[in-house]
Design a protein around this ligand. Structure first.
Ligand SMILES: [Zn+2]
Length: 109
């Protein structure tokens, strides 16, 4: 059995951390966007809703585009599909992205 490449594991870990850090801004922007769409009020938290609406229109596609370019295999650079923190191997080149022994375990202290 081939040993996992430490450089690949490290690069994928960084990619995964970036993807995880994008969750909160993505959910907030989507939630705000939907709230603005459903709200009849002209202000949100005392701020006119149009700048917030257009801010969401910039942030949401930016996150999607960044995700598309970030969520790639560090070895073959192909898109990895839906985000799966438990992804063990690249579905394209089958390089090991995460050591199975580190999956399903709480972080070290
Ligand atoms: Zn690959």
């Amino acid at each position: 059995m081939a040993k996992p490449d430490i450089v690949i594991l490290d690069k994928f870990l960084k990619t995964l951390e970036i993807q995880k850090s994008l969750r909160l801004p993505a959910v907030l922007a989507l939630g705000l966007f939907m709230y603005i769409g459903l709200s009849s009020s002209q202000e949100i938290f005392g701020i006119p809703k149009h700048p917030i609406f257009f801010g969401c229109l910039v942030i949401i596609p930016s996150i999607i585009i960044f995700h598309y370019f970030n969520w790639r295999c560090p070895a073959c650079s192909k898109y990895l599909g839906r985000i799966n923190p438990q992804l063990h191997k690249c579905p394209h080149c089958t390089v090991i992205l995460q050591d199975k022994s580190t999956l399903h375990q709480p972080e070290d202290k």
